[in-house]
Design a protein around this ligand. Structure first.
Ligand SMILES: Nc1ncnc2c1ncn2[C@@H]1O[C@H](COP(=O)(O)OP(=O)(O)OP(=O)(O)O)[C@@H](O)[C@H]1O
Ligand SMILES: [Mg+2]
Length: 243
């Protein structure tokens, strides 16, 4: 187990965005979190990466209690993430972005990718190949399409040294061709011993990719299991269809 969350709770005023949430994530697996809009998925990621402070509960990562760490300490401890609303710098290039991610990185989870200790230029080249981003390095973010920005955001998360990758809706709003490409990229990362926790609404994507699924509704985990179990779970169907 790489990540263990116990009874995590986050309130915004009267809203329980995350309520008594407990889950365990296995190493070298692809785990998905699904659930209706507003069910607390992104808040859970924000609590793990410490953009938000929890009201209650504990988080253990790689056997250590990380509940009280600051956001930069979480990142240093090896949790890397992407954002639902892709966050890039308008006036910087692809190369600038990846250099920011690679700075202070002297090791990587993807040891197979970097085992010959390549320099930064070579690392950038390999990461861009891994995410199939085929644009010149000096391309500004403003000259990238929405899909290419999603790929750059993913490339940045991969470039940071990490042992757990959190992806918040990696295929939201992308076209079907790119969606299949991103699916292959994630499978490939996992084949290289990557551990991935992803949030996604696209059910076909989740069912194809995930080894294990947690379902959230109104801040709580209402079901968890392998894709086949989840697809036939009554509580899950109710959460999606309303009762
Ligand atoms: N910073 C915040 N301040 C106040 N309320 C918030 C904040 N962030 C989230 N919420 C509320 O917490 C609840 C959970 O939101 P969250 O973004 O985690 O849901 P989600 O499952 O990621 O939804 P979606 O699938 O639409 O992305 C919602 O009711 C939301 O309005
Ligand atoms: Mg969200």
């Amino acid at each position: 187990m790489i990540l263990k969350i116990e009874c995590l709770t986050k309130r915004f005023g009267g809203i329980h965005a995350v309520k008594d949430c407990s889950l365990e994530i296995e190493r070298e697996k692809i785990t998905a979190i699904i659930g209706p809009n507003g069910s607390g998925k992104t808040t859970l990621f924000n609590l793990i990466s410490k953009l938000l402070k929890s009201n209650d509960g504990h988080i253990h990562f790689n056997g250590k209690n990380i509940t009280k760490l600051k956001d930069y300490e979480i990142s240093k401890s090896g949790i890397s993430r992407t954002f639902q609303d892709v966050r890039l710098f308008r006036n910087l290039t692809i190369k600038d972005h990846l250099e920011i991610s690679l700075s202070n990185s002297d090791e990587s989870i993807f040891k197979s990718l970097f085992k010959d200790k390549p320099n930064n230029a070579e690392r950038i080249d390999r990461i861009l190949k891994l995410v199939h981003l085929k644009k010149p390095l000096n391309t500004l973010v403003t000259d990238l399409s929405y899909g290419q920005r999603k790929l750059l955001d993913l490339a940045m998360a991969i470039a940071k040294p990490h042992s757990l990758l959190l992806l918040d809706e990696p295929v939201a709003g992308v076209n079907p061709v790119l969606r299949e490409e991103i699916k292959e990229i994630i499978k490939n990362l996992n084949k290289n011993k990557g551990t991935i926790l992803l949030i996604e609404h696209d059910m076909n994507f989740v069912m194809d990719l995930a080894d294990y699924i947690f379902v959230m509704d109104a801040g709580k985990i209402i079901a968890h299991g392998e894709p086949a179990e989840i697809q036939s779970n009554k509580k899950v169907l109710e959460a999606y269809l309303g009762d």
